[in-house]
Design a protein around this ligand. Structure first.
Ligand SMILES: CC(C)(COP(=O)(O)OP(=O)(O)OC[C@H]1O[C@@H](n2cnc3c(N)ncnc32)[C@H](O)[C@@H]1OP(=O)(O)O)[C@@H](O)C(=O)NCCC(=O)NCCS
Length: 185
């Protein structure tokens, strides 16, 4: 398994990966139509082409013999959500906007190196803090983020089509040392 920066030609694979992994993060009872609407609007191949061309976004992919098995996306800049802006305390910050690994690769040593390389990429951009939003019922992700050094600092909402979901906001400091030892750029 390797972790690397995504490139333009990864847009198709990223959209395929996002389509199957986004539903894993949605709480039980989420309407399939709302999930499909979100995937079509925010996680299409066209959107990934745009994300990959956006200097404010950094996408890392985990890849094994079967192809892409995980990805993360960083979004530079201070948060625009007032609840998040009030909750976080470490600036300059960066958002860990997406962390998704194929279900078959959960608990199999993909997510930790992907996270370590992503934290390194965040450091490379000059951030000293990093924050994320995670659904309050996503206990597996909450545990993973806790293991990865994030702590709960607040709450926010997330719109999934017509549904309003409750997220926790988590934050961690970025120490000035690489944790992965990997080349990420
Ligand atoms: C979040 C994600 C990247 C974490 O990767 P992972 O490989 O599953 O992470 P790990 O297995 O290292 O850690 C998960 C931890 O949660 C624990 N866990 C598993 N199921 C759990 C549950 N239902 N409730 C609480 N903890 C749970 C595991 O035991 C493990 O903790 P441990 O190492 O102390 O035993 C991955 O699960 C994922 O892609 N999930 C689907 C998409 C998603 O939810 N992304 C986050 C969006 S904010």
């Amino acid at each position: 398994m390797t972790v690397r920066r995504a490139i333009t030609t990864d847009a198709t694979g990223l959209a395929e990966l996002a389509k199957v992994t986004f539903p894993l993060a949605c709480p039980p009872g989420s309407a399939p139509e709302a999930i499909a609407e979100f995937v079509a609007g925010a996680l299409s191949e066209k959107r990934f082409v745009e994300y990959l061309a956006d200097a404010g976004r950094t996408i890392l992919v985990a890849e094994d013999a079967g192809g892409l098995c995980g990805y993360t996306m960083l979004v530079a800049g201070d948060p625009t959500d007032p609840n998040v802006a009030a909750a976080i305390t470490i600036r300059p910050t960066i958002e860990l906007s997406k962390v998704y690994v194929l279900a078959g690769s959960h608990g199999r040593g993909v997510s930790a190196p992907l996270m370590a390389a992503t934290l390194d990429a965040a450091r490379e951009q000059g951030a000293v803090g990093i924050w994320l939003g995670v659904n309050q019922l996503n206990t597996r992700a909450l545990r993973f983020y806790e293991k990865s050094g994030f702590r709960l600092v607040g709450e926010k909402t997330f719109s999934l089509g017509p549904e309003l979901h409750s997220d926790f906001v988590m934050e961690r400091a970025l120490e000035n040392t690489s944790q992965s030892g990997r080349q990420v750029s």
